[in-house]
Design a protein around this ligand. Sequence first.
Ligand SMILES: [Mn+2]
Length: 433
Amino acid sequence: MIIATTHRNTDFDGLASVVAATLIYTDCVPVLPTQVNPNLKPFLSIHKDLFQFKTPEDIELDAVTKLVVVDINRWDRLGRLKKLQERADLVIELWDHHSGEGDIACDWSCQAETGANITLMVSRLKAENKVLTPIQATLFLAGLYEDTGNLTFPSTTAEDAYTAGWLLERKADLNILSTFLKPGYGVKQKDILFNMLQNANRQQINGHQVSINCQEISGHVESLAVVMRMYREILNVDAAFGVFNNPERKRCMVIGRSDTDSLDVGLIMRGLGGGGHPGAGSAMLKGANPRAVVEMIVEFIQSGQQSSVRVSDLMSFPVATLPADTTMRQAAVVLREKGCTGLPVTDAEERIVGMLSRRDFKRVKTETRLDSPVKAFMSTNVLTIDPGKSPMQAATIMVKHDIGRLPVIKDEKVVGIITRSDTMMYFYDLLPD
Ligand SMILES: [Mn+2]
């Protein structure tokens, strides 16, 4: 007999993976642990007739010849089936996306660090051109979305997203799926936030109000980023870091949120092996001592590990400017030649007096008006930025006022121009070295 099983406190990813195993292995009996996550129960009761799950108690262990373990790699999470560990003749196949941990010695395995385990199994189903029912596709997508936070967790891979697309093509039903998936902020998240607030601390580090909070968590907790955002807002600190230690999985998840330009969370997280942008970031540390993680964060902040990148590093220069008496006709030529959508307009002393953009040409109604000076059409309400400001400050101004570029001003002169895409390149870490 071939059986497929998964970890206790089964989540949608585990459940989906067990069902997928029955499609991959013929005559495979799906065995579901007695203990499943609460949000699986309504799904299981509605779909009871469709899936013929057995419990570990139903299984005559001596009759098992092959064991397929999915979404876990540890005997102690298998409940009664742990006894199979003693069977030397048993063939074991493993599908697991938690690599680098576990104690199940297997004969064959498919292990890769994807966001969801079901992604690994669907890749096999895809390769074998298996036909899925819409219900199977819906269950698989529920597992994928739950484990990847709807494809938003940093652990999400491109393969997870391709798999989501493939499952949608197979008629995965998003309406059904969303009724079963947990909301981002639920009881579990509320409990964690409550505990964090009870142990809340504030410290002054290098001129910043910072809170670093250590929490022990068990199992898989999603939406910790939502919890951290609320925590920082409630404490009203410049930056907040959550160190979520999971001793059972020997991993430590660090999530940071910052509300100040001078403290770049993404940079600190990169220092911890993770990533992010100035306002938000995360890192996953394996086998780390949470106290040591806290010390590392403090050290990073103390050492003034802040973004040293300034607007002056990102801006383009020299900038073509238009003297205020340039005609619209001449300006059109310059814009076309420079291939830009807007240029600063300057007075005789090279001080900025306005901005002319392609949009302004819409107001030129007659041919003769093309001989009018640009100062008649330019916008005079010009927002500028200082070269010493941070990319975040530049982005904030551009987003707030919905403008695509900012002239960079030093000693009243235009020294450069920074565009929305310049700041994006920086945030996404796409700048050439
Ligand atoms: Mn999983």
